[in-house]
Design a protein around this ligand. Structure first.
Ligand SMILES: Cc1cc2nc3c(=O)[nH]c(=O)nc-3n(C[C@H](O)[C@H](O)[C@H](O)COP(=O)(O)OP(=O)(O)OC[C@H]3O[C@@H](n4cnc5c(N)ncnc54)[C@H](O)[C@@H]3O)c2cc1C
Length: 427
């Protein structure tokens, strides 16, 4: 008889729900500490989302770590977690297991530049450690059952499996990327075990606008500085490659501002992105350039008059906002209008009406408050329950920060669950 089965139910010292970045790391860390682990995922393969990360290259972590790289809903300081599993620990973890890494300006990737390397390495390590893996099974309930035989928890799946476990680690992610298996199920399951949920919102996501003139610039990519204004006050700014879309704005600088924008929109605050398409131009050079342009022969079309300053599609969009076209004659317009068009290039205000939603989001802002766990990520409302990864109300900016959080929180939850198990066996 399978000594892990009793009365039709499987037994595990620790059951990990979710085999994404945090669940895989939690299972590895608990198994390395000698704990018998069962890892369950609704997908039919391990670490499904990891294959899609970093445009297929997996930006695993980042050498630059600072407090403002993360947002925790309760304003919690995450440094104690990263002191227990740092960027260096994360990199060492992989390199000791033969997964070599390299960095580009601090952004760390596997040396192969293939996200599949990380996903396949997780699978190899988990199998070497003897972790029992149940794939294609969605966990539908996690119930406590006192200290009965086989453990405190009973985990049930939609395929009829029942797992009795002493500890449970919930690592089912948030709602970002439902195409990778994230449905937000675990919010309900954690709720049944006493937790609350801060409203999940899409983050690291394109922003939408109702501004019809943006259509003229769709497809343009350019270096820009974007100021995020909330109720007309500048709240943050980012510089980088901006991508104009039919319905709004995208690209890394937009992603970096998106969580803040999504939270503000949810509070009913007016959100605007003010774009400077000439971010390198200092005031003095700009003034000289404007004076020179206004002093030039105007016997040409606007497209020619403004040539060489901004991407042509961006110019079309700026002109359209004033009811003009590139084919209009510059000589027909007074100085104030020509000067106004030049000013627009430094500050185009784009009203933001929403985000592109969870399907296009890389991460979830919101989730289970970190304050509902202790320093070991054990639930304060349900003893023996641990939480890790994106399921918690922690989100990072772009650049490897979310996978660093998934790995660190997974490592801590796994290690703590295993240590608590040890303790129970000693008692
Ligand atoms: C396109 C894309 C690119 C990204 N690129 C990067 C990057 O380069 N660098 C970076 O740092 N971050 C990146 N991220 C974010 C990062 O991937 C996530 O923050 C991270 O994977 C979260 O890990 P997690 O384990 O908490 O959740 P997930 O990786 O989402 O895993 C959760 C797992 O739980 C499973 N699950 C959920 N509910 C159940 C249930 N009821 N029963 C069983 N299983 C369940 C899901 O199937 C899923 O496999 C990217 C995200 C996306 C979508």
């Amino acid at each position: 008889m399978d000594k892990n089965r009793s009365g039709g139910a499987m037994r595990a010292e620790t059951a990990v729900v979710g085999a994404g970045a945090s669940g895989c790391m939690a299972a590895v860390s608990a198994a390395l500490a000698g704990c018998g682990v069962t890892l369950i995922d609704a997908n039919d393969k391990i670490a499904r989302k990891i294959y899609a990360t970093g445009n297929g290259r997996c930006n695993l972590t980042n050498l630059h770590m600072a407090e403002n790289c993360y947002h925790a809903g309760g304003g919690e300081d995450l440094s104690a977690f990263f002191a227990r599993f740092s960027v260096e620990d994360h990199m060492r973890f992989w390199e000791e297991r033969g997964v070599l890494l390299h960095d580009r300006q601090g952004y760390v990737y596997p040396l192969t530049d293939q996200a599949s390397t990380i996903a396949e390495a997780y699978e190899k390590i988990l199998r070497q450690l003897g972790v029992r893996i149940l794939l294609g099974e969605r966990v539908t309930s996690v119930k406590t059952q006192g200290n009965g035989p086989g453990g405190r928890f009973e985990v049930r799946t939609d395929k009829g499996s029942v797992i009795r476990a002493g500890k449970v680690i919930l690592a089912g992610g948030g709602m970002a990327g439902p195409q990778y298996g994230c449905s937000g199920d675990l919010y309900r399951i954690a709720g049944e075990l006493g937790h609350t949920v801060v409203k999940p919102l899409p983050a690291l996501v394109p922003l939408l606008s109702g501004d019809k003139t943006l259509k003229a610039s769709a497809g343009a990519r350019c270096d820009a500085r974007i100021r995020l204004c909330l109720d007309q006050r500048e709240a943050a700014a980012e510089r980088g490659e901006l991508q104009m879309t039919e319905k709004g704005i995208s690209g890394i600088p937009v992603f970096q501002l998106s969580a803040q924008a999504a939270r503000a929109l949810d509070r009913g605050v007016k959100v605007e992105a003010v774009i400077d398409f000439l971010p390198d131009m200092d005031e003095e050079t700009w003034k000289r350039e404007k004076d020179r342009r206004l002093g030039e022969n105007r016997n040409c079309m606007l497209g020619t008059f403004f040539l060489g300053l901004v991407n042509r599609k961006i110019l079309d969009m700026i002109l359209r906002r004033r009811g003009l076209q590139a084919e209009n004659k510059a000589s027909k317009l007074p100085d104030e209008v020509l000067s106004g068009i030049l000013e627009d290039m430094r500050a185009v205000p784009v009203g933001i009406t929403g985000t592109a939603g969870f399907r296009q989001a890389q991460v979830t802002s919101g989730g289970i408050p970190l304050a509902e766990t202790d320093g070991n990520l054990q639930s304060l409302t349900c003893r023996g329950l641990y939480l890790a990864g994106e399921l918690l109300d922690v989100d990072g900016i772009c650049g490897g920060y979310n996978l660093q959080w998934a790995a660190a929180s997974g490592w801590i939850a796994g290690r703590s669950a295993a240590a608590a198990q040890d303790q129970r066996h000693k008692e």
